[in-house]
Design a binder for this molecule. Structure first.
Ligand code: LIP
Length: 258
């Protein structure tokens, strides 16, 4: 459905800000995923990016819950047909993530993982690079300016701090879920981000963990799916070094509504 939509004109609507976009395809893909899963598991719950935008709850309960981002990288999808666009879904059987699926649909790469059973790309097992040396690492992050000069200054200062550690480079591919998969398969060594959502992180969290990666909060504490922030890395040493380097800014939580 996403690939077909790329052949046509894409009408874009703005949600909370110019960096928070939605298209008809986001809404249709989310409905398709939810109705397919509901057919099999009628009692399960859902947290979907577009359903939450329309007013649904994003609080995780102890009911089996599917967390869905129909198009992760909507800006890539809408503006440039940029190569990295992910469709993400994952099942959280509270308090654990049971499995994650990220489909990088332009590349036709299906990343999958199930807790304790490993991570795969198109059925082939994947592993993080195992890199321990921050000076030899490729780091991913994202830039979204939400009209808050203070956050923007911190975001830019963090990029400068990481670059001058130094590292091999920083890249901003535009899809949180795909970024996590790039770390999971060893194409990048780390990814950090503040201001994303549980639907951007959930599928990739399962995949990077099963690929042998480290996932943590930007403070260096345990990863919290509802915290809107994370570091993933090929090793504890690199994750700790990034946590030490970056300055936090407040982003709120997904499970505090209103
Ligand atoms: C997007 C992320 C992207 C990030 C944006 C946004 P969406 O998700 O994947 O990496 O920079 O802030 O959260 O909105 O396209 O699903």
């Amino acid at each position: 459905m996403i690939r077909e939509a790329l052949q046509k004109d894409i009408a874009v609507m703005q949600k909370s800000s110019p960096v928070d976009l939605v298209t008809e395809t986001d809404q249709k893909v989310e409905q398709l995923i939810i109705s397919s899963i509901k057919g099999k598991y009628p009692t399960h719950s859902f947290i979907g990016e577009e359903s939450v935008a329309a007013g649904a709850s994003s609080v995780l309960t102890d009911n089996p819950t599917w967390i869905i981002d129909p198009i992760d990288g909507t800006t890539n999808f809408r503006s440039s047909r940029f190569a990295l666009i992910g469709a993400v879904f994952c099942a959280a059987f509270w308090p654990q993530i049971e499995f994650g699926i990220v489909y990088s649909c332009i590349e036709d790469k299906m990343y999958t993982a199930r807790r304790g059973k490993g991570a795969f790309c198109n059925g082939v097992p994947i592993k993080v690079s195992g890199q321990q040396d921050i000076n030899q690492s490729m780091v991913l992050t994202e830039m979204g300016f939400k009209n808050d000069p203070e956050h923007f200054q911190t975001l830019l200062a963090n990029i400068r701090t990481i670059l001058t550690i130094p590292v091999h480079g920083i890249r901003c591919p535009g899809s949180a879920a795909v970024n996590m998969c790039l770390v999971a398969c060893g194409s990048a060594d780390a990814y950090y981000h503040m201001g994303i959502h549980c639907w951007d992180m959930a599928g990739g969290a399962a995949i990077v963990t099963e690929a042998g990666g480290v996932i943590m909060d930007v403070s260096g504490g345990p990863f919290d799916l509802m915290s809107r922030r994370l570091i993933v890395a090929s090793s504890r040493a690199i994750a700790d070094r990034i946590a030490k380097a970056i300055t936090e800014f407040p982003v709120g939580r997904d499970d505090v509504e209103g």
